[in-house]
Structure formats: C-alpha cells, structure tokens
Write a protein that binds this ligand. Sequence first.
Ligand code: AMP
Length: 214
Amino acid sequence: MKSNILAIILGANGVGKGTLTDGALKGRENQFNILATGNTIRSEVNQQTPLGKKAQTFMEAGLLVPDELIIDMVINAIKASEKPVILDGFPRNVTQADALLRAGIIPQKVIFVHLDDETIVERLSKRVICQNCGKTHSTEGPQRPRVDGICDKCGGSLHRRKDDQPDIVLTRLEGFKRDTAPVETFLSNAGVPIFTVNNDHPGAQDEFTRLLFQ
Ligand code: AMP
C-alpha cells in the first residue's frame, strides 16, 4: 500500500510540533487526520478506559507507554482513515517505526523539528493545554489565550500537564534522545525523505508548511 501518511512529525516534547501542524493546516483542517498519540493517550487516561489505566503511570512519569499498548491502535487508526494522516508522536522508537513499515505503511516524508533543550524547558514551563480538544496555548507570548484559562478553539478549560514539570521534562528529553532520535536514521535508511526545521525563528511556520505540502 502506498501509504496515506502525508508526514511523520518528529521532534522532542515542546519543540512545537502540534502548533506548527495546526498552523500549516489552518483552513484545511477537514482534509487531514492529525493522529497525535499523546492526545489520544491523554484522553484515554482522562476517561479511565482500560488502556488509559494501563498507560497512566508511564505517562505521568514521562516514560513511553509499552509498545504493545500503542502499535496496533495506531496502525488500525491509519488503515481506517479515509483522509491523509499526519502522525505527531508516533513512531517514538525504532520498534514502532519498524512495525509501521512491516504493516506496509510507508510515510511520504519525515519532518524533524529541532529546538535547543534550554528553550524547550522554558516553553514547557509556560505551556497549558485544553482538557477538551488538546490544543496547546502558553501563559505568555503570542500563544496566550484571548481569555486566561479558556481555550481559543473550543472554549474548554486550560490546564498544565503533569508531565510538564521540569524534572519530568528532563526525563522525557533524555528518552527522546535515546529512543526517538534514532528513528530518523532508521526511516532514512528505509528510503523515507527526511526534512528538518529549526523552530527558533519567525519563518519556521512558513518553512514547515511548505515542507508539509511540497
Ligand atoms: P506527547 O503529548 O506527544 O508529549 O506524549 C505524552 C506521553 O504520551 C508520552 O510521554 C508517552 O507517555 C505517551 N506517548 C505518546 N505517544 C507515544 C508513543 N508513540 N509510544 C509510547 N508512548 C507514547
């Protein structure tokens, strides 16, 4: 199957993957499915589903949830999607990337978003997300909501994520370097085109949008 994955967005927590993807899809949200596995798992945890109960301790400690909880769920969702899929947060390790390829799902491209660790920790200390729709806002700067504590997109209430505490953020960054960064080489060796964007300048959004749709 020539895949219906438009792109895999790779990057450490807090580099702005979700915000760049939302920005790129403005006005064409209905044409794509964004599969953000972190949002999916958070919603399962909030609803205390069987999967959510199993995933909760891993998620709150800043660790990846076990592959067996997530791989089939994501592959089934990709196969069921009638629209092109943008993957944010999957694959998070080489086992997951390998499972994708073995299922015959070949992504069209990877966009790897970079930012230095110091900026990531600073950004995450201000991040608030909507408990209802998962949209990211910040308590300062251009992503500040129009009304404090209320989501601009759906009116839901904004909360800090438990795993955005500084010590947990450091655990997640270490995990990213150890488990997720090698996915770039793995997919590149499999022939998937890799593009990179440094999200440290105002032109990053345009660059990202161009790469996504080129
Ligand atoms: P995120 O919102 O992408 O930062 O993900 C939040 C948390 O969800 C991660 O720290 C993991 O606990 C879990 N998670 C999200 N995606 C995956 C994945 N592909 N594999 C394992 N765990 C994941």
